[in-house]
Design a protein around this ligand. Structure first.
Ligand SMILES: Nc1nc2c(ncn2[C@@H]2O[C@H](COP(=O)(O)OP(=O)(O)OP(=O)(O)O)[C@@H](O)[C@H]2O)c(=O)[nH]1
Ligand SMILES: [Mg+2]
Length: 196
């Protein structure tokens, strides 16, 4: 799968609005989930080959909506979701975001696959583990993507990928190493192709 073009479609503040909309345009969708600041929006830009498609920020809590991006003129869509576990958000906001992520996962009619992003420098958080348990429970296929690999030396990266896979109880081959410079792009594109 070669990515030829990408564009922002629209953002949704409620799971219900989103699912009404999505039911009317059955384009296969892949979502990007993970903790706040892990690099979800940066990852989407990296795949698209565009710097400013999805808004990124060094401050956690940038993405607050379900943002939908169209790739290759309707071949598939990516959903950029708000991050979880942002400690500085007010309690109601934190709960809202959790709600929005879960609403998306439960009610997205076109969801085919989930990309769970984790930080390559750290072991998965409790919420990352809960997310994998959630996806297993609902039998939703997913792939783990380790972000920010440019920040690690090769030997540390290899060790961390093994540790992340073990912590999430998945095979090492199910963790794709990625970074903003394009590492992992080909593997992700292959994965998307196999999902479609
Ligand atoms: N060095 C490096 N920095 C990265 C990489 N990916 C993301 N970042 C940085 O990490 C910060 C967060 O990136 P975002 O893409 O906004 O993260 P997000 O997961 O969308 O965050 P929320 O929308 O708040 O949930 C930004 O300062 C990015 O520049 C990467 O591969 N390498
Ligand atoms: Mg974001």
């Amino acid at each position: 799968m070669l990515i030829k073009n990408a564009r922002f479609v629209t953002g949704f503040a409620s799971g219900q609005k989103y699912s009404e909309y999505a039911a009317d345009c059955p384009i296969p969708e892949i979502c990007v989930v993970g903790r706040s600041n892990v690099g979800k929006s940066t990852f989407i830009n990296m795949l698209a080959g565009q710097n400013k498609l999805a808004r990124t920020s060094s401050t956690p809590g940038r993405t607050r909506l379900i943002n939908i991006f169209d790739f290759n003129n309707g071949a598939f869509r990516l959903a950029d979701l708000p991050g979880y576990g942002f400690a500085l958000a007010s309690k109601s906001e934190r709960e809202d975001w959790g709600g929005l992520i879960e609403d998306y996962l439960q009610y997205s009619p076109n969801l085919k696959h989930t990309l769970l992003l984790v930080d390559s420098r750290h072991l998965p958080t409790r919420q990352d583990v809960e997310m994998t348990e959630y996806l297993y429970y609902y039998r939703m296929p997913f792939t783990v993507v380790a972000t920010k690999c440019d920040k690690l030396k090769k030997s540390a990266l290899s060790r961390n990928i093994s540790d992340i896979a073990a912590a999430l109880k998945i095979g090492r081959d199910n963790v794709i190493a990625s970074d903003v410079s394009g590492l992992g792009r080909d593997k992700i594109c292959e994965k998307i192709e196999s999902v479609l």
